[in-house]
Design a protein. Structure first.
Lengths: 292, 570
């Protein structure tokens, strides 16, 4: 696959070396993201990357933009807090499958319900990398590791099916081996108003010797015009296919109100919170009502 | 009867769901409008219906600020009430009740039981729902309060209801008043509590209001929390005022989300607070540590209740000082405040936002169930001198979030304001915010964070000395026990006893050791089982207390109890 390098303001000389293994899918995902941001004309001054912990969560380190690299599993609450405090910012929460679907599983569910206008990019390589090769929530049944010595017995977490069940605003899947499509899907996810999930399938060259690049090539296919992304049942059917991974936009419901639309703080005043000042007179009035 | 006729203690007791708290609020407003100082405290069981709850209302000619064991007038509204309160009902207590609500033990001996057919009166007024207004009228009658004041309060309360509802309530109050007059005429000695006009201009507030208003005054514009007794009132306060004051309010899926959302908010320029109790705060420990490493400000209100685990969900305790002190892995500075009075809670919550912003550290406010559910009258709050400071800097191209500075505080920029980029990391990081494992940089960052302690200490609030300035015996307390201990010191009235109260419990002010060591006899008073502040003082100053007055039953100290236990020791 031909890689299209995009030079943009998001590129920079990182002060230390990049902590990813040679050949890791993360490089492609980072390239796709830089390309998407460049093509959308996003200014780095308004972009905030939020991540958790893990190898994928280091991606914002290598992108010249604002970032909040928080705790394992907690990037979605942080991203929601940022967006709700300054809706003018573009907020992307990016992390791996263990971070988003395991440690942060509860936040994943409730962020979809809340529907803030953020983009959620999940590097899904079906294995834990930074802790050296244990099963992740998306590891397939039978996958053996030093901890899951007789193979994973729990059903793999299906993030897309969960997101569709919760009527997420946007649900898509990409493959890190296809930078061009990944980039295009990122552009759609970022542009969409509301919570957008982009699950990016990705080989782990070091720890996952089952779901290899070759394995993914054999199990992915591209969704075509026959699938209408507004068809929730159809989308659910695609999301629950066994051993087949449809790439593209599975589902979208762009008509939904977003979290920020419901916030009373913005009903009469659209300014970000940092531009506002305490209204001392109003507080004085409220205090006087306590004369009862 | 009525031992102290300028200070009457009324206790109403019934089951959950009878509208006791509404009646409490109505009575407070009526008495205050009439020119009396009032105090009230509600205690309740962890259930929605049934059981036995109570509210104490003190009506007085002077400022009253604490819970007393003494009951002058007791109104039992279910069968359990007189049984549950048997230790506090004395021959001096006047019981006003339907006969069915009084345990037979009070029908013999020298107890005063006044039979009142509340049920009949309620029915006469139009139904059981008017019983509260009958009760309100009854007390207006007994205390000689103008019925128009009662009507004003009722009109205000029911202004959204139909006129017939208002009329029925007026009628109920009228019936109650007539009954009150009859009781006063036939069964009670006449008494008259002195009234004052001063009280009318003062404020009637509880701990929840004070934390909420202090938060607004401090610029709080983001609250994310998970409901947990007794801290939920603060979340409700902000939800109620969200639109008027532009506050983002969100009920999080759990406390972990709550604190992380708030950190996101501060990072993006908001001023955020979580409100929780010990168990919820335990879940926030990791987020607290994140605030420490990323140097993101955060204000955390902990309404303490007895633990461990679920403990006594609706009761009170001061046993979360140690978790507030030690929660969060790793080493980083923090500030812990523990307001003693309602006024204090307003000022300190406001201050918490400024301290968090100034030093970019977590600031924890420790209150408790007793404090939050206590209503009292207080003088006007001064808000103008507390102007909000703006500490966010506009970033330039070469901005570095963690620039090494002499005082440890790096200018805090936010995304979207200026041309620089703002990178924060929970991993150890360099000045720009990028991950590093360089030992020299690690040392520099640890030392930078810990250097803030110097400034924090300079800004620490000194403990407040109440009573004798030259004292032999010092009573040391913190947080919500301020009022009960200071009222006890007044009542004991000795010239050699003083109260030293800490409303900042960490870090302790530099005068702490000197002030305590001046006393021959050192007594600590805490609403917990192990003397957590005593341990902290020992750790920081080496001082041992001679005596510890501790209480951990889940109930707050009463005035009589503090007076008695102190007298035993001095």
């Amino acid at each position: 696959m031909e890689k299209k390098k995009t030079k943009s303001e998001f590129d920079f000389e990182h002060p230390t070396d990049i902590a990813w293994c040679p050949g890791c899918g993360n490089f492609n995902i980072l390239d796709a993201l830089k390309g998407a941001l460049f093509e959308l004309g996003v200014s780095r001054k308004t972009l905030v990357m939020v991540s958790g912990i893990g190898q994928a969560a280091k991606a914002p380190q290598y992108l010249n933009a604002h970032y909040f690299n928080g705790l394992h599993g907690r990037s979605l609450p942080v991203a929601t807090g940022i967006k709700a405090s300054n809706p003018e910012l573009i907020v992307i929460a990016q992390s791996g499958d263990g971070c988003m679907y395991g440690e942060g599983g509860n936040h994943f569910i409730h962020t979809i319900r809340r529907n803030p206008d953020i983009t959620n990019i999940v590097h899904n390589n079906m294995v834990y990398g930074l802790t050296k090769g244990q099963a992740s929530p998306t590891s397939m049944v039978g996958f053996t590791t030093k901890v899951q010595v007789s193979g994973v017995h729990a059903e793999a977490f299906n993030p897309l099916a969960v997101a569709i069940a919760l009527d997420a605003s946007f649900v898509a899947r990409a493959f890190a081996g296809d930078v061009e499509q990944t980039k295009e899907l990122m552009k759609q996810a970022i542009t969409l108003r509301g919570y957008a999930l982009l699950d990016v399938l990705q080989p782990c060259v070091t720890f996952n010797h089952v779901n290899t690049h070759k394995w993914f090539k054999e199990h992915i296919y591209y969704l075509d015009d026959k699938h209408d992304p507004h068809d929730r049942d159809g989308a659910f059917g695609i999301a629950t296919q066994k051993d087949r991974f449809g790439l593209g936009v599975l589902y979208t419901n762009p008509e939904k109100l977003i979290f920020e639309d419901h916030l009373e703080a913005y009903l009469d005043d659209k300014r970000p919170l940092f531009q506002r000042r305490v209204d001392v007179d109003k507080i004085a009035e409220l205090i006087i009502t306590r004369r009862a | 009867m009525f031992q102290n006729r300028n200070d009457i203690s009324i206790v109403l007791s019934g089951e959950a769901g009878q509208g006791l708290q509404t009646l409490e609020q109505l009575m407070l407003r009526v008495f205050k409008k009439a020119g009396y100082y009032v105090f009230s405290y509600s205690e309740f069981m962890s259930r929605i219906r049934g059981g036995n709850n109570s509210t104490q209302i003190r009506v007085s000619s002077h400022r009253v600020r604490s819970y007393t064991d003494r009951i002058d007038i007791f109104v039992p509204m279910n069968e359990e009430a007189t049984i549950r309160f048997h230790e506090r009902i004395t021959p001096e207590t006047v019981i006003i009740a339907e006969p069915a609500m009084v345990d037979p033990q009070y029908l013999e001996g020298n107890f005063t039981v006044l039979d009142v057919a509340f049920g009949d009166l309620g029915r006469e007024a139009g139904g059981k729902i008017y019983l509260n207004s009958v009760m309100l009228g009854l007390f207006a009658g007994i205390f000689g309060v103008d019925i128009h004041l009662v009507e004003n309060v009722l009109r205000d309360e029911f202004h959204t209801k139909e006129e017939s509802v208002v009329a029925n309530n007026f009628r109920a109050a009228d019936l109650g008043q007539t009954l009150g007059w009859q009781l006063l005429e036939n069964n009670l000695e006449h008494f008259a509590i002195e009234k004052t006009d001063d009280v009318k201009e003062e404020l009637l507030m509880n701990g929840v209001d004070a934390v909420g208003l202090g938060g607004l005054a401090g610029g709080c514009n983001f609250v994310s929390s998970y409901p947990m007794s007794p801290s939920t009132g603060v979340l409700v306060f902000f939800a109620r005022h969200a639109k008027d004051f532009g506050v983002v309010v969100e009920q999080a899926e759990d406390e972990i989300c709550a604190i992380n959302m708030c950190l996101g908010s501060w990072y993006a320029g908001g001023k955020a607070m979580v409100t929780t109790s010990g168990g919820g705060f335990a879940l926030m420990s990791e987020g607290l540590s994140l605030a420490g490493c990323t140097e993101t400000p955060i204000v955390i209100h902990i309404g303490q209740r007895p633990g461990p685990a679920t403990g006594l969900p609706t009761r009170t305790e001061q046993a979360d000082l140690e978790i507030a002190l030690y929660a969060g892995h790793g080493e980083f500075p923090r500030i812990i405040l523990a307001p003693g009075s309602i006024t204090d809670a307003f000022i300190l919550t406001k201050r918490a936002f400024d301290l968090a912003d100034t030093y970019q550290v977590p600031v924890i406010i420790l209150s408790d169930q007793y404090f939050l559910e206590t209503n009292m009258v207080l003088p006007a709050l001064e808000i103008r001198e507390l102007d909000e400071k703006h500490r966010i800097v506009k970033t330039k191209d070469d901005y570095q979030r963690y620039a090494i500075t002499r005082n440890g505080v790096s200018p805090r920029g936010i995304p979207g304001y200026g041309t620089g980029i703002v990178c924060v990391d929970s991993d150890e990081h360099d000045e720009g915010g990028y991950i590093t494992e360089d030992p020299a940089m690690r040392n520099a960052m640890v030392e930078k964070r810990l250097r803030k302690r110097k400034g924090i200490l300079k800004d620490a609030l000194p403990p407040k000395l109440i009573g004798a300035q030259e004292y032999e015996c010092i009573l040391v307390g913190w947080g919500s026990t301020f009022n009960v201990i200071s009222e006890a010191v007044e009542q004991i009235g000795r010239e050699d006893i003083a109260l030293l109260h800490f409303s900042q419990v960490y870090p302790l002010h530099g005068d702490t050791a000197g002030l305590i060591n001046k006393a021959e006899k050192k007594i600590i008073i805490e609403n917990n089982a192990t003397g957590q502040l005593a341990k902290l003082i020992k750790l920081e100053t080496g001082i041992d207390f001679d005596h510890k007055i501790l209480k951990y039953s889940g109930m707050q100290f009463s005035l009589e109890e503090v007076v008695e236990r102190v007298r035993e020791l001095v």
